[in-house]
Design a protein around this ligand. Structure first.
Ligand code: FE2
Ligand code: FE2
Length: 247
C-alpha cells in the first residue's frame, strides 16, 4: 500500500504575514505540513497541483520549497493559473516552458501523468493539440497500468462562475479519459472546494485549497468558512482510494 498526498492552491506570498481573503496562506500551509508529518503512515509522495504562489515572488516559491524539503518527502509540482513558471524555474531549478511541463512517471506499477493546463496569466485552462496527443500516446503505450492524472483546472462543469475558468475543450480531455478505462482517477485543484464524481468508473476529484475555501454551488464568488485541507490517496496494486482531510 502506498500513501500519496495531494495539496493544492497554496497561494503563498513572499511575506509570511500576508493574507488572502482573510487567511494566512503561509501559516495554513504550516498546519497542513504538521498534519502530513503526523500521519500514521508516512506518505511517499506529495503532489502539489498548482496555484503555488499568489504574488509570484521568488520568496513565495522558496517558502514552498522549504516546506517540501523539510518534509523529506519526494514531490511533484504543477503550475496553476497564478504561477509564473520562469520564477518557479529559478527556485526549483526546473526548465519548464509551455508544452514541456507535462510528464509521466512509473510508480509501483501505476502510471502517474502530470498535465499542465495553465496558460498564465489567463484564469482558464487549456491543452494544446500537442499535449493531448502526447497524453494519448503515453496512455496507449501503458494500457495495462492503472493510471492517475494530476492537473490544476477542473475538467467538469461545477458552477456557473467557476466554469468561466474551466479547462477549455474539457470534452476532448474527457473523451481521452473515456477511451482509457485504466485511468482510475483524475485529480485537480483550482476550485478551492471538494468535488467528487465517478464517471464510467473513473474518479474525478478535487483537493481543497490549503489557503482559503470557496463556497460550492453559488452564482458568484463567496468564501466558505470551512478549514483548509488536503487529499490523502491510498494505492494498492490495482485499487485507488482517497479521502479529504480537513484541519
Ligand atoms: Fe487557486
Ligand atoms: Fe487556479
Amino acid at each position: 500500500m502506498a500513501h500519496i498526498v495531494q495539496i493544492s492552491d497554496t497561494h503563498l506570498f513572499g511575506d509570511k504575514n500576508a493574507t488572502i481573503n482573510g487567511f494566512n496562506s503561509y501559516s495554513n500551509l504550516q498546519t497542513i505540513f504538521n498534519s502530513i508529518s503526523s500521519l500514521k503512515e508516512k506518505p511517499e509522495l506529495i503532489v502539489v497541483t498548482g496555484d503555488l504562489s499568489q504574488d509570484c515572488t521568488a520568496e513565495s516559491y522558496k517558502h514552498l520549497y522549504d516546506f517540501l524539503l523539510k518534509s523529506g518527502i519526494k514531490y511533484y509540482l504543477l503550475p496553476g493559473n497564478h504561477d509564473n513558471v520562469s520564477i518557479v524555474n529559478k527556485v526549483f531549478n526546473y526548465k519548464w516552458a509551455r508544452e514541456n511541463v507535462d510528464y509521466s512517471a512509473d510508480y509501483k506499477g501505476w502510471l502517474f501523468y502530470f498535465l499542465d493546463t495553465s496558460v498564465y496569466p489567463e484564469a482558464h485552462g487549456e491543452l494544446t493539440q500537442y499535449q493531448l496527443q502526447k497524453l494519448e500516446d503515453t496512455l496507449n503505450k501503458n494500457k495495462s497500468k492503472p493510471t492517475l492524472i494530476f492537473m490544476h483546472h477542473h475538467p467538469l462543469q461545477i458552477s456557473s462562475w467557476l466554469d468561466g475558468m474551466i479547462l477549455l475543450d474539457f470534452d476532448k480531455f474527457n473523451s481521452v479519459v473515456k477511451q482509457n478505462p485504466q485511468i482510475k482517477g483524475v485529480l485537480f485543484g483550482h476550485i478551492h472546494q471538494i468535488f467528487e464524481s465517478n464517471i464510467n468508473g473513473t474518479f474525478y476529484g478535487s483537493a481543497p485549497s490549503t489557503s482559503y475555501q470557496i463556497l460550492p454551488k453559488t452564482a458568484r464568488f463567496a468564501l466558505d468558512a470551512v478549514t483548509q485541507g488536503y487529499r490523502l490517496i491510498e494505492l494498492t496494486t490495482e485499487r485507488f482510494d482517497s479521502k479529504v482531510i480537513r484541519l
